[in-house]
Design a protein around this ligand. Sequence first.
Ligand code: CAA
Ligand code: FAD
Length: 383
Amino acid sequence: MNFNLTEEQLAVRDAAREFARTELLPGVIERDNEQRFPKDQIREMGKLGFMGMMVDPQYGGGGMDTISYVLAMEEISKVDASASVCMSVNNSLVCWGLEKYGTEEQKQKYLVPLAKGEVIGAFCLSEPEAGSDATSQQTEALDMGDHYLLNGTKNWITNGGNASIYLVIAQTNREKGHHGINCLIVEKGMEGFVVGKKEDKLGIRGSDTHMLSFTDVKVPKENRIGEDGFGFNFAMNTLNGGRIGIAAQALGIASGAFELARNYSLQRKAFGKEIARHQAIAFKLADMATEIEAARLLVLKSAFEKDQGRDFSKFSAMGKLMASEVAMKTSVEAVQVHGGYGYVKEYHVERLMRDAKITQIYEGTSEIQRIVISRKVLEEMDG
Ligand code: CAA
Ligand code: FAD
């Protein structure tokens, strides 16, 4: 077993770390306060190759492995989880899905600009009445021969306002249940497609989360991804990889909070010594570091399994479950280590604590990850 990272992987990690420190850190508090999308920073991330990291260079991507992607996501997320969720959706939901299952025409038209970071994508599965219960799709894509007629509402869509290309999951044939669901590529500006209200959120406030509505939107047949009825399997297969991105985001939030807490505890004095020298604080740091390392190993393992071309769905669910729980716990403890200073915005940890919560909810809640993991481990016992 080899735990060493390659020189390329280390270079990617260092480049992401440097970008986060110099380009994302300045202004991150203001963007959070004002709920302002990091538009310029995301454009810059595109130019540096962070928006299509794993895409084959022939389609404008970086051709990197999933381990490099995890390392970059962790570094970006330490500083700005709003920027990193945009990066995660674009890389592992939109680009990956198009590259794996799209036609050559779809790749040339949509994947190339997405991978180069010239435009941003969104992944639209959730609805007001279909979140965890994702097969209960109410959005309809009626087959009209040469096109689909799309009607319905999507909820909570990340990059909703800033995206140009949307992968929309919709029901075509109700009799076939989830095998009657399709995924359609919808462009911003198609008649009948309206970007609705922006959500006012607890965390990742720089990320733009919107409701979307579709009224008699004509989507050409050639914009369907995969065979008729493949849409739900498309969504599930794509989410397996997406969960690695969110797990890496959670890992970054946790390690960012830990680093802030450790640094602060070495400066702040109480009762005549640095608070890090009080065992109660030192033990908190020990627990944080241990749990982060365990989560990191699991997240890297899921990336490794994906890169080996094996079924990684169990590992990606495990990594997301564990890293998101560690992010929540670590960020709460980081606020505690900061005392009253942790409760104000200037010290960053309160934002990390608010940002951590979403990692237990989106791309499948912690309860849904347990469903995915338990089904897999029970299958393994049966087999
Ligand atoms: N990988 C591959 N296929 C999977 C899968 C997985 N992890 N989980 C389910 N499937 C497949 C099943 O094999 C089955 O396929 P077939 O019928 O063709 O064999 C099909 O999906 C239906 O599965 P189930 O019968 O198990 O369906 P279910 O209704 O009992 O449960 C679920 C499915 C696992 C709970 C699923 O609905 C789910 O994952 N829900 C969570 C939805 C989610 O993660 N949403 C995220 C939205 S995107 C987002 O959030 C982005 C963001 O914030 C940034
Ligand atoms: P529900 O499914 O109603 O769940 C409510 C509670 O019940 C949860 O605790 C859940 O775990 C629990 N629960 C539900 N079913 C079960 C069960 N069978 N067993 C045990 N417990 C259960 N979606 C997209 O498609 N694209 C996006 O880009 C996107 N971005 C998002 C960004 C943000 C900021 C947010 C908040 C959400 C985003 N989502 C997105 C939606 C997200 O994936 C859903 O919110 C999530 O899947 C949960 O669905 P729900 O909100 O409907 O909760």
